[in-house]
Design a protein around this ligand. Structure first.
Ligand code: ZN
Ligand code: ZN
Length: 212
């Protein structure tokens, strides 16, 4: 009788363990999407990326500090060990115009539309597809100060979300499709977009891991 009781307890505990793992299995898909990335090669060292910030991309919202923050927590560095991607320097080009770098960030007169974009080029200097082999690239940021939001904090978080997002594209990450996970690579603006993060999230790190 006692033995039977013990057996029942073991069975109950086993059932509990299975139930708990089913719950976590059901929760995994939200963070396990690892297909939001592009093929093709890149032209820079992924673990030694140097980003130049042009004077045209610096203003009262798009400050140099906002850009250089990408090497700190919430950015693309220190996601994996050993590193799969790493930004080694963010260069203030007005101060060091001849510094070596792999990609430039420039201000762009998009007007009321696009907030930012990555343009990639092939070996002939022609604009090429996200999925192709890249020979160079440039990040364009909307140079309108008012486009980024109606308050200072809204403008800052929106601009950061877009810059970190474009650098994610530089690492060949695509937009998550049909996925509501919190990610910096979600498409659209930050303000009023519940799935968009202004920082690199687990979902983004998982896709870096899957791609590289
Ligand atoms: Zn996903
Ligand atoms: Zn995008």
């Amino acid at each position: 009788m006692k033995k039977n009781c013990f057996k029942k307890l073991v069975n109950f505990m086993l059932a509990l363990v299975i139930f708990v793992s089913l719950i976590s299995a059901a929760a995994i898909p939200a963070y396990a999407c690892t297909t939001a990335h592009w093929g093709g090669s890149v032209y820079y060292s992924r673990t030694n990326l140097r980003i130049g910030i042009a004077g045209s991309a610096i203003n009262s919202v798009l400050t140099f500090n906002l850009y250089s923050g990408i090497t700190g927590s919430g950015g693309w560095n220190n996601l994996h060990s050993p590193a799969k991607v790493h930004i080694s320097s963010v260069i203030n080009l007005p101060a060091s115009p001849s510094a070596s770098r792999d990609v430039d960030v420039v201000g762009w007169g998009f007007g009321g539309g696009v907030l930012g974009e990555l343009i990639a080029y092939d070996s002939m200097g022609r604009v090429t597809l996200p999925t192709s082999n890249w020979s160079s690239a440039v990040i364009r940021m909307n140079d309108s100060v008012t486009i980024w939001g109606s308050t200072a904090s809204e403008r800052t978080i929106n601009a950061r979300a877009v810059f970190y997002h474009e650098v994610g594209h530089l690492f060949k990450l695509a937009h998550p499709v049909g996925c509501i996970s919190l990610a910096v690579m979600q498409t659209g603006g930050f303000v009023g977009n519940n799935n968009k993060s202004a920082y690199v999230m687990t979902h983004d790190a998982n896709n870096i891991n899957a791609r590289w």
